[in-house]
Structures are given as structure tokens and as C-alpha cells.
Design a protein around this ligand. Structure first.
Ligand code: GTP
Ligand code: NA
Ligand code: MG
Length: 294
């Protein structure tokens, strides 16, 4: 293959963990610490994916909800990910969704970092968490294993630089490369129907460059990209490698985790998506027929 157009791309890091262990708080803290003040109009508003700058190197973060109902999204989330951060609350320890996340993370083959959060709390106990994780074959480096454990606090900001430096170290080894001139490919991180704006998809670009005017397919949905706002809420003409933003122009709301691919024409995009939608409907129908026959 001709890889002359390939450049190093920033790592995509997914934050996973049990409900309320502090995933979103940690991301909000990282964002407020690392995005230059004044630059970020929408810094108070939470978004599920954004890029930060750590001493000139970029890292893109993706948040996931800890609720049990989001199991499917967590399993798909591993597909867009280069590095996985498992957040464990230092006072609460390993819980059911932590265990689920461990198995997704192991299956993905991605490097895993454990962030032991809420270390500002008196009741936080790093050794307890390490012991619980070691029992699940997630043995800390300082116990002879290969998993980095980093104590952090989303409230005080402690440990965050350590965490970011560790992410950069792990991703360097991965030698992440992609082609910015290729046809855009990516994934839907989150989606919703917004009154007056229609379907909005938060998309992360994994290869190529996504531009306003591109004809895209996201699973069974399609459309011409009408507008893009970046992770700072600013209107932009395009999203580059590992960048995220909200995309308008799809005909329907795509499922989160859907693969996004740019096509050569609107006709092609429509055909691919509608054929998929028909197949999906036929599959549903045969499922319900089977159930009713049983
Ligand atoms: P889900 O998305 O619902 O799974 O939760 P989450 O993991 O995103 O946790 P979230 O950030 O919503 O935090 C849950 C609670 O823990 C909130 O009340 C936070 O204020 C608190 N919390 C988060 N991080 C810390 C921390 O470092 N220290 C302390 N003391 N509290 C924290
Ligand atoms: Na929460
Ligand atoms: Mg959250």
C-alpha cells in the first residue's frame, strides 16, 4: 500500500467505569485545565467528546455513561478507541460495571490505564482498588503486572498531568497513523434529535477529513453534511484526524456507535443507507415472526 500520505494522528481515549465513579467530572476537569480560557465559549456545557492539548500533543477523549443500559455502547465504544481509561472510585472500589468494562477493555486489545478517582476523599484506598483489580487479572505495574494505576481527583485536579503523560507514552508505542486526504471515515459517538435543527450526530474522524458538503452514511442513515460545529461549539468547515464535532444534515438520528463513511455521491449514500435500513427491517420482522411462532 501507498502510505505516503499517512501522518501521525492523536490518540482517541475512551473513559469507562461504573456509574458515578467520576468519568464525566474527570473529563470536565481535564478540559477546563487544558483548553485555553477565552478560547472555549462552551466550556461550561458538557459534551461527550473533545480534544485537549498536553504540551503540544493532542489527545481526544470520549465519555461513556456508566449505567447498565449502555452496555452495548460500551462494547462499541472500544472500536473507536486507541487507549482505554478505566475509572474506579477510590472509596467505592470495583463494581459490576467496572467488571463489565474490564472484559470489554481486555477483549479490545487496547492499552488500559486505571485511573483511581476521588483520591481527595479520606475514605479513598488505592491499595484496596489495586487488590480488587489484581484479582481480576489487572495487576498493577508496581505489583509485578503491566497495568498503570494513577491516583486522580476530578475535584482537586491531582494526578491529571500524570494521567495525560501516561496516555501519550502508551499511544506513542502504538504509532497511530492515518491519511488526512482519504475519504472520511469515523464513528458516531452520540446523537440526538434537536428541535429546529433535526438529527445531530457527534462524530469522531478516524481517517480522512470530514467536510461540509460531504455525502455520508452512518449505518442506516444518510445525508449531505450541512453544518459542523467543533468541540468548542464553533462553526467549522471540516474535521480532521481524531477531531470531534456535531454534524447536521442526516435524514434520521443514527445509533451511537454507528460507523460513518463518506461516499462519492448523494445517490450512493442514499442507496447504501436505504438498503441497510430495509435489511434491518426484514431482520426485525423475521425475529418477531419467530417469536410469535414459538
Ligand atoms: P455516570 O456518567 O452517571 O456513570 O457518572 P460519572 O462516572 O460520569 O460520574 P460523575 O462525574 O457524574 O460524578 C458522580 C459524582 O461523584 C458527582 O457528585 C461528582 O461530584 C462526584 N465526584 C466525581 N469525581 C470526584 C472526585 O474526584 N472527588 C470527589 N470527592 N467527588 C467526585
Ligand atoms: Na453521574
Ligand atoms: Mg458521566
Amino acid at each position: 500500500i501507498d502510505d505516503s500520505n499517512f501522518v501521525t494522528r492523536p490518540p482517541v481515549v475512551t473513559i469507562m467505569g461504573h456509574v458515578d465513579h467520576g468519568k464525566t467530572s474527570l473529563l470536565d476537569k481535564i478540559r477546563s485545565a487544558k483548553v485555553a480560557k477565552g478560547e472555549a465559549g462552551g466550556i461550561t456545557q458538557h459534551i461527550s467528546a473533545y480534544t485537549v492539548d498536553q504540551n503540544g500533543q493532542k489527545i481526544t477523549f470520549v465519555d461513556t455513561p456508566g449505567h447498565a443500559a449502555f452496555s452495548e455502547m460500551r462494547s462499541r465504544g472500544t472500536e473507536i478507541t486507541d487507549v482505554i481509561i478505566i475509572v474506579v472510585a477510590g472509596d467505592d472500589g470495583v463494581k459490576p460495571q467496572t467488571e463489565e468494562v474490564i472484559s470489554h477493555a481486555k477483549a479490545s486489545g487496547c492499552p488500559i490505564i486505571v485511573a483511581v478517582n476521588k483520591m481527595d476523599k479520606e475514605s479513598a484506598n488505592m491499595d484496596m482498588v489495586k487488590a480488587q483489580m489484581a484479582e481480576r487479572e489487572m495487576t498493577p505495574v508496581d505489583w509485578g503486572g503491566d497495568v498503570e494505576f494513577i491516583g486522580v481527583s476530578a475535584h482537586t485536579g491531582m494526578g491529571i498531568d500524570d494521567l495525560l503523560e501516561n496516555i501519550l507514552l502508551q499511544s506513542e508505542v502504538l504509532e497511530l497513523k492515518a491519511d488526512p486526504s482519504a475519504k472520511a471515515k469515523g464513528a458516531v459517538v452520540e446523537s440526538l434529535l434537536e428541535k429546529g435543527r433535526g438529527p445531530v450526530a457527534t462524530i469522531i474522524v478516524q481517517n480522512g477529513t470530514l467536510k461540509v458538503g460531504d455525502n455520508i452514511v452512518c449505518d442506516t442513515t444518510y445525508g449531505r453534511v450541512k453544518a459542523i460545529t467543533n468541540d468548542q461549539g464553533k462553526p467549522v468547515k471540516q474535521l480532521g484526524l481524531s477531531e470531534t464535532g456535531n454534524v447536521l444534515g442526516l435524514n434520521e438520528v443514527p445509533v451511537s456507535g454507528a460507523v460513518m463513511v463518506a461516499q462519492d455521491s448523494d445517490k450512493e449514500a442514499r442507496e447504501i443507507a436505504t438498503t441497510r435500513a430495509e435489511h434491518a427491517r426484514a431482520k426485525e420482522l423475521s425475529k418477531s415472526t419467530k417469536v410469535s411462532l414459538e
